[in-house]
Design a protein around this ligand. Structure first.
Ligand code: AMP
Length: 294
């Protein structure tokens, strides 16, 4: 595995690989790697000859009172995991390489538009402007054929998909299903913050989504009934959790479906345990008479 913090060197390596006919996959991460990240790397390895993983904790996607300073960082561990996962190039830029002169010097930003008005975007003002801008930068730095994102961050995946379409980035996006603990909790770098009591209760996010899935599978279509049942389950099973939102939204626009769930939908929720905020989601697709869940 080759490691670099230089944009110039990264571009040279990627250009040489592509000139030799190799396809290049990019896996953007903020480090603190877990099996979810490694699954993205695995799929990227199956689909490309050269896999680049970036590790960059992007300051501009954190709000002033969020966990930028205490976001888990362990580059030695990440390096070992990336190497074992078959990553070819580990790109670890410092803030100055991504934001020359510092993030405050950035003048031109990507406006994420109305997709950022809902869910995570409503709770975290400015978050998706930072995400869209840094993803655009990473795509321009690594020049990959394909880039890999997790469904765990469904709104991010949707937004980046739209950005790539709307701004004609020459890249194919791949969205990979959420990797979970055996009890259903979605893997997240932030899970390490949870106390054992919070960890036990955190499974209720997945349980609430499973309940929504059962309700829809057995014919329930009222989004109010579904979200009320999800909230009740979390209230019962996770007394230490504070619900930020539980929403059923149109999968294309993320506009909340307030009436009945008939079109493809994203059911998403955010719950905080102390200062640790967890998110999870379920995608519902209607195909003729069939309903598919992912
Ligand atoms: P992060 O380091 O949290 O920014 O995540 C980097 C990438 O890994 C994003 O595309 C995430 O959606 C994805 N990811 C994070 N957790 C998971 C998971 N449990 N399963 C699949 N992908 C994930």
């Amino acid at each position: 595995m080759h490691e670099t913090s230089s944009v110039l060197e990264l571009r040279q390596l990627v250009r040489a690989a592509r000139a030799g006919g190799d396809a290049v996959g990019l896996v953007p991460t903020m480090g603190a790697l877990h099996a979810g990240h490694l699954r993205l790397a695995e799929v990227a390895g199956e689909e490309n000859e050269l896999v680049v993983m970036s590790i960059f904790v992007n300051p501009t996607q954190f709000g002033p009172h969020e966990d930028l300073a205490r976001y888990p960082r362990d580059l030695d561990r990440d390096r070992r995991l990336a190497q074992d996962a078959g990553i070819d190039i580990l790109f670890v830029p410092d803030v100055d390489a991504v934001y020359p002169g510092g993030a405050d010097e950035q003048v031109v930003w990507i406006d994420p538009g109305p997709l950022a008005a809902h869910m995570e975007g409503a709770s975290r003002p400015g978050h998706f402007r930072g995400v869209a801008t840094v993803v655009a930068k990473l795509l321009n730095m690594a020049l990959p054929d394909r880039a890999y994102f997790g469904q765990k961050d469904a709104q991010q995946a949707l937004l980046v998909t739209r950005m790539v379409q709307d701004l004609a980035f020459p890249v194919e996006l791949r969205v990979i299903p959420t990797v979970r603990e055996p009890d259903g909790l979605a893997l997240s770098s932030r899970n390490v913050y949870l106390t054992s009591e919070q960890r036990a209760q955190a499974v209720s996010l997945h349980a609430a989504l499973q309940l929504a899935r059962q309700m829809i599978a057995s014919g329930e279509r009222s989004s109010a009934h579904i979200t009320a049942a999800m909230r009740a389950l979390i209230g019962r099973d996770a007394p230490a959790g504070r619900i930020d939102y539980v929403e059923v939204a149109d999968l294309a626009t993320l506009v909340p479906l307030t009436g009945s769930v008939k079109a493809d939908a994203l059911i998403a929720l955010a719950v905080s345990f102390g200062s640790t905020r967890l998110i999870d989601n379920l995608i519902v697709r209607f195909q003729g008479d069939e309903v598919q869940f992912s």
